[in-house]
Design a protein around this ligand. Structure first.
Ligand code: DWN
Length: 419
């Protein structure tokens, strides 16, 4: 292990059983090495301190099809107080969330005696829309900063991890919920089964849980390997989700495919079975391509290695010709991209990000200094590596001035290309 890395055994556990069904037949298919924590930004004066780093190996369960990483890092390490992710920094995500709430309000008449709960409610980015509609809400989020920001805008928030114990307390003290939202959280929890049982615990018998998560199929098809990091323990297919929810008396009755985050699913889960065609069709499609079996994942690591080779060739060629290179998006996925491809300040001068809570810090591992987006205009680097490629359209539009002055973006997935 590089002397910049430190792996205290007590802070993580290597799993040998499937996180969902407990199978011992986990089949590894991708090894991204021992890497620092993608969201654990580094303070300037800590840059010479060895960073916490852990194995990042991806495996598939042949029994329930769940794709998962095999190392579980303690949550208190992963989601430390300085956890800098604030959803409200993305206008696209805010619009996406507002549309979600408006659609729910269309489908289900809610009023003053209703309750909507969001798990991992962050800074109130989604529940604020229910508050505006006069619907009582309860946010649950372990990150101090975002939870405090939510309270400031009138979103009542429990600053805690959602567990089965907390679910029982919430049901007792706040009552069951008509709607439970959970966006990009199911993949983050170490106790997957306890979390799902907790969802069932806080749902009304006629309630619905509306859960969003990145979808495994585009991850594999578009080589979105950088969305793999220690905070994301699971990578879901509909087949694996169906097994998981049914184990807890919850039924995946409806599914929508979404473009956000490189391709996501929005699943509608209820305590009664009423499975719609959207689910039957997607399950059949997954079976038809073999997404439910380990053979589908053979060869993925070769495609990831080819992306790394191609990106390194492009960056090295540009750099050797004297072009200046920066990056956009101090995203968790950016840390995986940089560290797996071995990119750092020897080729890339800095990264910009609109999240003011990230500016002034360094990216994990690569130690790119995080600056404000205006630095692209002020310094006009020749190229910018788009680490937050899932928001490429929004960012390219936002950076029209930089591009008009001749600046070019490198989009790394599914294969590196210059726009
Ligand atoms: O599950 C998760 C995914 C869904 O979101 C979380 N664990 C963390 C997060 O992953 P990420 O860090 O890769 O997040 P994003 O939202 O894909 O990263 C976007 C980054 O780019 C953020 O730091 C915000 C920034 N940004 C920006 O600087 N200007 C984003 C937009 C849209 C912009 O215009």
């Amino acid at each position: 292990m590089a002397d910049t890395m430190m792996r205290p055994e007590a802070l993580s556990k290597t799993e040998t059983a499937c996180r969902s069904c407990g199978s011992k037949a986990l089949t590894p298919f991708l090894d991204l090495g021992i890497t620092p924590l993608a969201d654990r930004l580094v303070r300037q004066n800590d840059k010479d301190t060895p960073e916490l780093s852990f194995p990042l190996v991806v495996a598939v369960c042949p029994d329930c099809s769940l794709v998962q990483i095999t190392e579980t890092v303690k949550p208190e390490i992963l989601f430390a107080d300085a956890y800098p992710y604030y959803s409200s920094f993305s206008p696209a995500l805010m619009a996406h969330s507002r549309d979600n709430v408006l659609a729910r309000l269309e489908e289900k008449p809610l009023g003053g005696d209703s309750l909507v709960i969001e798990l991992a409610s962050n800074d109130g980015y989604l529940l604020r829309n229910y508050v505006e509609a006069g619907v009582p809400v309860l946010g649950i989020d372990p990150a101090d900063g975002p939870a405090a920001a939510a309270e400031k805008i009138g979103v009542r928030t429990l600053n805690d991890f959602f567990t089965l114990d907390l679910a029982r307390k919430v049901r007792e003290e706040h009552g069951p919920a008509d709607i439970v939202h959970g966006n990009n959280v199911l993949a983050h929890v170490a106790d997957t089964n306890g979390f799902v049982e907790g969802i069932r615990t806080i749902l009304k018998p006629d309630g619905v849980a509306v859960i969003e998560m990145p979808y495994l199929r585009p991850l594999i098809e578009h080589v979105e390997f950088d969305t793999i990091y220690h905070e994301h323990l699971c990578y879901f297919s509909l087949t694996a989700l169906d097994h998981l929810f049914r184990r807890h008396g919850l039924y995946l009755n409806r599914v929508e495919q979404l473009a956000i985050h490189g391709g996501s699913l929005r699943v509608f889960v209820q305590p009664f079975e009423a499975v719609e065609d959207s689910v039957k069709t997607m399950l059949a499609d997954e079976k038809a391509i073999g997404l439910d079996s380990p053979a589908y994942f053979e060869g993925f690591s070769k495609r990831v290695e080819k992306l790394r080779t191609d990106l390194n060739l492009m960056i090295t060629d540009l750099h050797s010709k004297g072009y200046s290179i920066a990056a956009y998006g101090a995203a968790a996925k950016g840390a995986t991209m940089l560290n797996f491809c071995g990119l750092d300040t020897s080729q890339i001068d800095f990264v910009v990000d609109r999240n003011v809570n990230k500016q002034g810090w360094l990216m994990p591992g690569a130690h790119l200094p995080i600056r404000e987006p205006e630095a692209l205009i002020n310094e006009q680097p020749d190229y910018v590596l788009m680490l937050a490629w899932n928001f490429a359209d929004e960012i390219l539009a936002q950076q029209a001035e930089y591009r008009a002055a001749g600046g070019k973006f490198i989009i790394p997935v599914p294969s590196p290309r210059i726009v």
